[in-house]
Design a protein around this ligand. Structure first.
Ligand code: FAD
Length: 429
């Protein structure tokens, strides 16, 4: 029973995936089914949902209670409606092969498949692609346990604006027990990597570069005005079977498989060299049963309007000699605009400027305000799940629907059962 698990002494401190955050409570509830979720929620004054623990900041933290839905692992495909409904414990790594075996796919994936569908959608997690919205744009319905313990289902079809406000819900709308996602017929993808592209090409060829594949990522260490690597993921039913060009805007094809971080084994990465394979084995950069990224690391990410992306890159380049010593790698990706109220791409096709940092928080913490100041003219929005230092006032001003979002939270949860310190600071102070 979940209430017996809660409060048991933990042998080791409970941390997030990166280990940079120790959770502020040992009360972890592990309900076996929705009825138990409702019981736990009714019983607790304060509670936060915990997904796969991949957020870098305290968004999932609680000083009182956390609830993990990992036992809610059912998946139901509706081939006719082209939707899949998953329990909140399901990760993309589990969902993807199930969909593939049944002839379906989701439209995109993040750089890693290890995150839960519910946790990723709650923070606006994204992959890349000029025409690909973030992962939460595929959500068509959610089953939620409200602060009262009541169970409701809200859907795109029936709940209009209310639904658009709740999807990227930061865990504050309620405990999501099921998510329904749009799916499409499966597709295969081939991935090619180029090395050393002068960034100057982005000034006049931004769309051409990011449209070279279904999903395109540029990696950079901010030195020498170049992308160290360009990863192009092409659908086989689009241009994936075309022979890769011998040169791509000054970049040359890699001659062997690469990891985005110099010195790391490419073994952990998804297949490259143009070898076609299932969408879920190419769209993420990292393979399911291997450590994604570096492991010991920190991450930050800012979303700027796509039409100002190159100017934002130039502004940040001025900090290159401060950034590079603390950086593993930067990744540049594109995300289509959407209409989910506090999605980082709300009404704004975006380029996301991502930093994978060495685990050097004092230095990174000192750098973030400088980066945020350089990006201020572009109204940059920080990733909800990564590290940032932007003032709450400025953060809230980045979202035209923030007041409506807070009204929605008050309607659902007037006593703030689902609000933790992260939300009180960033949304309410
Ligand atoms: C190595 C690495 C690579 C990453 N790559 C990317 C990337 O490519 N793109 C990107 O955008 N992000 C990326 N991230 C960030 C990651 O996608 C987000 O932190 C995501 O939210 C993590 O999902 P999770 O399942 O771990 O949720 P958690 O981190 O556990 O929780 C995140 C939020 O979701 C809420 N939540 C979780 N479950 C529920 C539920 N059932 N009901 C209500 N709320 C819930 C939590 O309360 C919390 O607010 C990466 C992170 C790591 C560690």
């Amino acid at each position: 029973m979940s209430h017996l698990i809660a409060g048991e002494p933990q042998a080791t401190p409970r941390t997030n995936w990166a280990g940079n955050l120790t959770f502020s409570t040992d009360n972890l509830h592990l309900p076996k089914d929705v009825a138990e979720v409702r019981e736990v929620v009714k019983r607790c004054d304060k509670i936060r949902a915990l997904g796969a623990r991949h957020s870098f900041n305290a968004i999932a933290d609680s000083t009182e209670n956390q609830i993990s839905l990992k036992h809610l692992d059912q998946m139901t495909l509706d081939a006719q409606a082209r939707t899949v409904t998953v329990g909140a414990g399901v990760t993309y790594g589990v969902l993807a092969p199930y969909l593939y075996q049944n002839g379906f796919a989701v439209h995109n994936l993040a750089s890693l498949p290890h995150v839960s569908v519910a946790g990723a959608c709650a923070t606006g997690t994204h992959g890349s692609g000029l025409k690909n919205g973030n992962l939460s744009t595929a959500v068509s319905a959610m089953e939620i346990v409200l602060a009262t313990g009541d169970l409701v289902t809200i859907s795109r079809e029936q709940h209009g604006e209310h639904f658009l406000g709740a999807v990227v819900g930061l865990g504050a709308v309620g405990i999501v027990t099921k998510v329904t996602l749009d799916v499409q017929p499966t597709f295969d993808v081939s991935q090619i990597v180029y090395e050393n592209m002068p960034l100057g090409h982005l000034e006049n060829h931004f769309d051409e570069i990011f449209d070279a594949g279904y999903s395109v990522s540029l990696f950079s260490d901010w030195q020498n005005h170049r992308a160290t690597q360009v990863w192009i993921k092409r659908r086989m039913d689009q241009n994936g079977a075309e022979k890769p060009a011998p040169e791509f805007f000054g970049a040359t094809p890699a001659t062997h498989k690469l990891h985005p971080l110099a010195g790391h084994s490419a073994e952990n990465c998804t297949e490259q060299m143009g070898i076609p394979g299932p969408w879920y084995e190419r769209l993420p950069h990292f393979r399911m049963n291997f450590t994604p990224s570096s492991g010991a690391e920190l991450q930050t990410e800012y979303f700027v309007p796509r039409d100002k992306a190159y100017q934002a890159i130039l502004a940040l380049e001025q900090l290159r000699d401060q950034i590079t010593p603390h950086l593993f790698i930067t990744e540049l990706r594109t995300i289509d605009g959407d209409n989910l109220w506090i999605s980082e791409a709300y009404k704004r096709p975006a380029m996301a400027i991502h930093f994978t940092w060495k685990p050097e928080w004092p230095a990174v913490k000192a750098l973030l305000p400088l980066i945020e100041a350089k990006l201020a003219p572009f109204d940059a929005r920080p990733h909800w799940a990564k590290l940032f230092t932007m003032s709450p006032e400025r953060l809230q001003a980045r979202y035209s629907e923030m007041a409506d979002f807070k009204d929605l939270l008050n309607d659902h949860d007037p006593k703030g059962k689902f609000r933790n310190q992260f939300l009180r600071t960033n949304l309410y102070s």
